[in-house]
Design a protein around this ligand. Structure first.
Ligand code: FAD
Length: 540
């Protein structure tokens, strides 16, 4: 992953397929295309998963609420994909039972919920032992004693998976590179180059050096998420359907402030549902869904967003009484949905759609993290059909390509592996880090612990973080502080106290490894300070 070699390759070779955008959609397309035998390149203007793919609810889910919108096809596809993505990375896509409380005066009734969940299980082909279970009022309150008993009439438990969206994206990117794709972050497509009206090149600016160069490719795919229409405008093909961006916010509180025993999906009383998801030392809550027309590169939670989520929590749980002061972090992302006349934010379909322009540019938008593989398959099928039909190419193989150097045979093996890592960490008093470390890195923990052994550093937590940093610089194209603290480790969202402790020593390591000047180092520190301030923006 030497960056000079990658840029040299991008400039000097002609590709079959160039993908613009290193979110989950672009990553999935790169892996699919490379494994079929296409000469594939991908560029990302900032870091992989910088856009929506690090700011989701972080669930691999079938989208229960889409049943209400009668989106059976979507639920069937993404619902079935859950088990596939779990199999590909069982340490990172983790089974999570979801509790759905039912109320006398809000939400769906028990009978409709029971039928809906049965349909959900059936459409997604959920295994019998994981199928939905209806609960009485008493069982529901026993399952989650924090629930406000007033108005509760029962509940249901059903199966989903939780993940880390940014880590899933980077693992798919790494797999694409391992299968021959040429990939670089901090490379922005600034313009298209045409030959007889067909787009067959892209002008690229390196956002770390300000140098520009050209990449040539037979087919170009625009997988730029919320920026899809910006590129369609450059291509002069933004006509007909267009994006409708909606903002979704999550807030993070220490787990002891909202000590739910499992993930809960609850009715807010205004027709919307939100999640409360425990993750290690915190619980996160979200999401909102409001129209967005602001700066695409500066999306953050505002006070009304945070207050809405806090109100919903305080209505649902007793003796919790969250306030703005309890919020430790937050994130906000944009859903790149397809506009439908007369429909509001929450009513818009989550289905993906492909647009083909007269210049040959293929754009893809909409969809879900969960459905990335199927979206990629459709795009690569189209690319092959349009331009490489005569070639002997393999068919889509991504359903069996394990991610993250994983050879886990199933989730039980992950649990056993976690125990061995726990024992190793315990020797250094670091056992509380086992959950995040194994779910973030899977079997790659072995490599990180080898690096740990070689680092001289008296504080064990800093030493472990430096080992992860070294791994991420060498193996995951980390180039800036936020790449590491936000998207490789999630510290900004999930462990702000640890971030505060390790940031300075990690920056010192980065300054040496990257030969940063004092000015560059202080830019990096200022950027992290800005991101921390932004995560707590509504407290000002
Ligand atoms: C609040 C919220 C919660 C969600 N929760 C879930 C969930 O729990 N489960 C689920 O399945 N889905 C969920 N989703 C949906 C899911 O997150 C998105 O569908 C998905 O992440 C979109 O990925 P993407 O790759 O299309 O876009 P992005 O992740 O935004 O990637 C696009 C990338 O293109 C890059 N780019 C833009 N312009 C250029 C350029 N000119 N040159 C180079 N690169 C460029 C950007 O920097 C960006 O990294 C959620 C979405 C939101 C907003």
């Amino acid at each position: 992953m030497n960056k000079d070699t990658v840029i040299e390759k991008l400039q000097s070779e002609k590709f079959d397929l160039l993908i613009i955008g290193g979110g989950i959609t672009g990553a999935g397309i790169a892996l699919d295309a490379a494994t079929r035998g296409l000469k594939t390149a991908l560029i990302e203007k900032k870091d992989f998963a910088y856009g929506t793919s690090s700011r989701s609810t972080k669930l691999i889910h079938g989208g229960l609420r889409y049943l209400k919108q009668l989106e059976f096809g979507l639920v069937k596809e993404v619902g079935s994909e859950r088990a596939v993505v779990h199999k590909l990375a069982p340490h990172l896509v983790i089974p999570e039972k979801m509790l759905l409380p039912l109320y006398e005066k809000r939400g769906l009734g028990s009978t409709l919920t029971s039928i809906g969940l049965r349909l959900y299980d059936w459409l997604a082909g959920v295994k019998r032992e994981d199928q939905r279970k209806m609960l009485t009022r008493k069982q529901t309150l026993k399952q989650e004693p924090l629930l406000n008993p007033q108005d509760i009439k029962g509940g249901a438990i059903y199966a989903e998976y939780r993940t880390d969206d940014a880590r899933l994206t980077i693992e798919i990117i790494k797999s694409a590179i391992a299968r021959g794709a040429t990939v670089n972050n901090y490379c922005e497509a600034t313009d298209f180059i045409y030959s007889e009206g067909t787009a067959n090149g892209v002008v690229v600016r390196s956002n770390l050096t300000d140098n520009s160069f050209v990449i040539q490719s037979t087919v170009i795919v625009n997988a730029a998420g919320p920026w899809v229409d910006v590129l369609r405008e450059k291509d002069k093909s933004k006509s007909g359907k267009h994006l409708h961006l909606t903002k979704g916010v999550h807030i993070v509180v220490p787990h002891e402030k909202l000590p739910v025993t499992q993930s809960i999906y609850f009715d807010v009383g205004d027709g919307r549902m939100i999640f409360a998801i425990p993750r290690g030392r915190i619980t996160y809550i979200g999401t909102t869904d409001t129209d967005y027309s602001g700066d695409l590169d500066n999306v953050h939670a505002d006070k009304p967003d945070a207050e809405y989520l806090i109100r919903a929590v305080n209505l649902t749980f007793t003796n919790v009484n969250l306030t703005l002061n309890d919020i430790e972090s937050s994130w906000a992302g944009l859903r790149p949905l397809i506009h439908e006349e007369g429909k509001g934010a929450s009513e818009l379909s989550r289905k993906d759609e492909i647009f083909e322009s007269t210049s040959g540019l293929i754009s893809i938008a909409g969809g879900k993290l969960t459905g990335y593989r199927k979206m990629a398959e459709r795009v690569v099928d189209l690319v092959v059909e349009r331009s490489f039909d005569e070639r002997e190419l393999k068919s889509c193989l991504t359903g069996s390509i394990l991610l993250a150097s994983s050879d886990f045979k199933g989730y039980n093996e992950v649990i056993r592996y976690r125990q061995t890592i726990f024992e190793k960490l315990k020797r250094h008093g670091l056992q509380s880090h086992v959950g995040e470390l194994v779910s973030n890195f899977g079997k790659q923990c072995d490599d990180i612990l080898d690096r740990f052994e070689k680092i001289t550093e008296s504080d064990a937590e800093i030493r472990l973080m430096k080992a992860q940093l070294d791994y991420c610089i060498k193996m995951e194209m980390v180039k800036t502080g936020s790449d590491f603290f936000v998207r490789r480790t999630g510290l900004l969202y999930f462990d702000l106290p640890l971030l505060t402790k390790v940031m300075e020593p990690c920056f010192q390591t980065m300054a040496i490894q990257f030969d940063w000047s004092d000015a560059r180092l202080s830019e990096e520190k200022n950027e992290m300070k800005r991101l921390i301030d932004q995560a707590l923006n509504f407290k000002r």
